[in-house]
Design a protein around this ligand. Structure first.
Ligand code: MG
Ligand code: MG
Length: 261
């Protein structure tokens, strides 16, 4: 899509419905994720849940992607394939999900910890999630795309973490990836002006080590060059005047995780 697509309030409500379906799908994943579970099993649960609720998995067949979820383990940043790998204690697992409902797209990602994880990974998850929250705080009308990127980058780098540059957030709603690009780095006051009607996916991808990543020959998987752990959290967000309207939510996931403890 070559130009920015501004949504009507009615369209934003439809994107909210798609985003909530994604959020609930990730909560279904949260219910079963744990040591010994194969990542392909998570994918099957997600696909069934989306279809049972009248949706279409947005990632399945997207540019040939073979699954409904992107599942990226440990040093993998994003776009990993679900497969026969059995999760084990100490893993961190980014699960990225997209759904189409009534022709509108929602997109959200959460990085789960499997059993007990080391302190450094715990910090990485906490700070990456904070980066997302700080980015969302800047997703208000009148500010610019660079304000979001600056907020994310500043918090990550102050904590000694690497901000992935090669992959970015994006406009979302009518298509999975729309304009504008929403980088996780930037200068305050730079880039496109944020206006009401803009819906974007903000998705910090943050590495425990260096920022650099490599692209695998499989055409999809992205991992850290230095093999450090990488985390990824994502929300679909509508720009509003005073405060961003976050259309996806982690509440369902975190309710499940609390009950599992
Ligand atoms: Mg996503
Ligand atoms: Mg996205």
């Amino acid at each position: 899509m070559s130009k920015v697509y501004y949504k009507t309030p009615d369209e934003i409500e439809l994107i909210r419905k798609s985003s909530l379906l994604v959020s609930k799908t990730l909560a279904e994943v949260a219910k079963i994720i744990g040591p010994g579970v194969k990542t392909i099993e998570l994918d099957k649960v997600a696909e069934s849940f989306i279809r049972d609720h009248g949706g279409i998995p947005a990632f399945l067949n997207y540019n040939g992607f073979p699954n409904s979820l992107c599942i990226s383990l440990n040093d993998q940043v994003v776009h990993g394939f679900p497969g026969d790998y059995e999760l084990r204690e100490g893993d961190i697992v980014s699960v990225d999900c997209g759904a189409i409902l009534n022709n509108y797209f929602g997109d959200s990602a959460y990085t789960f910890s499997i059993g007990k994880i080391d302190q450094k990974s715990k910090e990485l998850l906490r700070i990456t999630k904070e980066c997302l929250e700080l980015g969302i705080q800047k997703a208000v009308a009148g500010l610019r795309v660079g304000d979001i990127g600056f907020a994310v980058q500043d918090h990550a780098e102050k904590n000694g973490l690497g901000v992935v540059r090669e992959l970015v957030g994006h406009g979302v709603g009518v298509k999975l990836h729309e304009k504008p690009e929403v980088p996780n780095y930037g200068k305050r006051g730079s880039g496109m002006k944020l206006e009401e009607g803009l819906v974007i996916a903000i998705e910090p991808m943050i590495n425990a080590g260096r920022a650099s990543v490599k692209f695998w020959k499989d055409g999809w998987t992205v991992s850290t060059t230095d093999k450090s752990m990488s985390a990824h959290f994502e929300h679909t967000v509508a720009i509003k005047k005073e405060k961003a309207d976050v259309l996806s939510t982690f509440d369902f996931i975190e309710e499940v995780l609390k009950q599992k403890q």
